[in-house]
Write a protein that binds this ligand. Structure first.
Ligand code: SF4
Ligand code: F3S
Length: 107
């Protein structure tokens, strides 16, 4: 089991999640974060910390976002580790809640 970062993180990247993860299993791209499924210990600490409500347990992924399970696994192998909170993206509040941000994902 793992937790998964989903669509609403894209173009927001608040990074509050990073601060609470006891095993530092978040990985950072230009405008999205992912969780490494082999490193996540399923502690659930990050889920309530995300202001964008973008983090879900693998077995509670909202309908239509199942593709983010594979996407987290794929990108966590490529992107660098992030262990400290940083400024959110400049237009985070504007983008928070917009649907289908996957088309804006930068790799
Ligand atoms: Fe880290 Fe726990 Fe969130 Fe997994 S569930 S990403 S271990 S804080
Ligand atoms: Fe993204 Fe939420 Fe973390 S917006 S960076 S999953 S706090």
């Amino acid at each position: 089991m793992t937790f998964v970062v989903t669509d609403n993180c894209i173009k927001c990247k608040y990074t509050d999640c990073v601060e609470v993860c006891p095993v530092d299993c978040f990985y950072e791209g230009p405008n999205f974060l992912v969780i490494h499924p082999d490193e996540c210990i399923d502690c659930a600490l990050c889920e309530p910390e995300c202001p964008a409500v973008a983090i879900f347990s693998e077995d509670e992924i909202p309908s239509g976002m199942e593709n983010f399970i594979e996407l987290n696994a794929e990108l966590a192998d490529i992107w660098p580790n992030i262990t400290e909170k940083k400024e959110s993206l400049p237009d985070a509040e504007e983008w928070d809640g917009q649907p289908n941000k996957i088309k804006h994902l930068e790799r």
